[in-house]
Design a protein around this ligand. Structure first.
Ligand code: SF4
Length: 96
């Protein structure tokens, strides 16, 4: 079974009103490295090719914490919040 097949087995109960990760795209624009674009295993960080703005959607987050570790602007306004989802929200792994 491929990694993509395993990831597709996961179930997400997304807290639409209370995102567990908040990103400030203005700070990301000033980041020259943008490691989030390549390090997120769920590929949730996308850069608009014309404007250069980084877009992020917490739907599908695997809660691995990688973006928190690699963000060059953490503490300077890039990822302004990273916490685990509340209560029963978030990812439920089905295959380990
Ligand atoms: Fe992507 Fe992991 Fe960050 Fe979630 S915690 S957005 S899966 S890098």
């Amino acid at each position: 079974m491929s990694v993509e097949d395993l990831l597709s087995c996961n179930h997400f109960n997304t807290d639409e009103k209370n995102p567990h990760i908040i990103v400030n795209p203005d700070s990301c624009t000033g980041c020259k490295v943008k490691p989030c674009l390549t390090c997120c295993p769920a590929q949730l960080y996308k850069q608009d090719s014309s404007s250069g703005i980084v877009h992020f959607d917490h739907l599908g987050c695997l809660e691995c914490g990688t973006c928190r570790l690699v963000c060059q602007e953490m503490g300077n306004g890039g990822i302004t919040q990273w916490k685990y989802p509340l209560h029963s929200f978030g990812v439920q792994y089905r295959c380990g």
